[in-house]
Design a protein around this ligand. Structure first.
Ligand code: HEC
Length: 181
């Protein structure tokens, strides 16, 4: 192998060249614009609200009124919200946002997954699935907050308030130590 010494020789030069490139040019990697609080308030929360408002029921004078997407426009805005929710998981994994390489990444990936679920429910035009996916989205928010934002355990949403005549905590409480769901 006549050329076997070539890499050894060129390696320092290559390192210099790469280092120079890093200093001399703008880094080609994503740069966060919103801080974590802004991302929550301006990106995740509105999308989650839009999705949660898609299917459900309200108590009116005449009794329980069910609402669900009716027009193509309704479905489109649910679909848009689902995409924002899914992609927000990716936004949270960015350098400068990720709090660690472990649990934070898992919670963020879960956000991507439940966003996909939300999208799938919309694409199936299935209001019950939209409702169920909405609950999964809520649990994804809640579980990350339980670990990283205990002061924000429960985002404002319909799933956090117990139904008037139901016992509180219809599902498992948030006290388990997180991890995979
Ligand atoms: C990967 C972790 C993670 C996920 C998933 C997550 N959040 Fe958060 N959230 C945080 C952290 C961390 C904070 C605290 C932000 C701060 O103040 O620095 C926060 C704070 C918030 C706040 C309070 C912002 C304020 O005014 O202080 C809201 C509202 C919120 N999140 C909504 C949501 C919703 C809705 C979802 C789900 C659709 C969600 N979050 C999912 C990590 C997460």
């Amino acid at each position: 192998m006549k050329n076997s010494r070539l890499p050894l020789f060129t390696l320092p030069l290559l390192a210099l060249w790469v280092a120079a490139g890093c200093i001399g040019e703008a880094p080609e990697r994503p740069v966060p614009v919103a801080d974590m609080q802004e991302l929550m308030v301006s990106v995740l929360e509105p999308a989650a609200e839009a999705y949660w408002d898609g299917v459900g029921e309200v108590l009116t004078e005449e009794g329980v009124h069910q609402f669900r997407p009716l027009t193509e426009e309704d479905w489109t805005s649910l679909r848009n919200a689902a995409f924002v929710l899914a992609e927000s998981g990716n936004l949270m994994m960015m350098d400068g946002r990720a709090r660690d390489r472990g649990d934070w990444m898992d919670h963020s990936r879960t956000m991507v997954e439940v966003g996909r679920l939300a999208l799938d429910a919309v694409d199936r035009r299935n209001p019950d699935a939209v409702f169920d996916a909405g609950a999964e989205v809520y649990y994804a928010c809640r579980d990350c907050h339980a670990r990283y934002a205990t002061e924000t355990l429960r985002p404002s949403d319909p799933f956090s308030a117990p139904e008037p005549e139901e016992a509180p905590e219809p599902r498992a409480p948030a006290t388990d130590s997180g991890g995979a769901r």
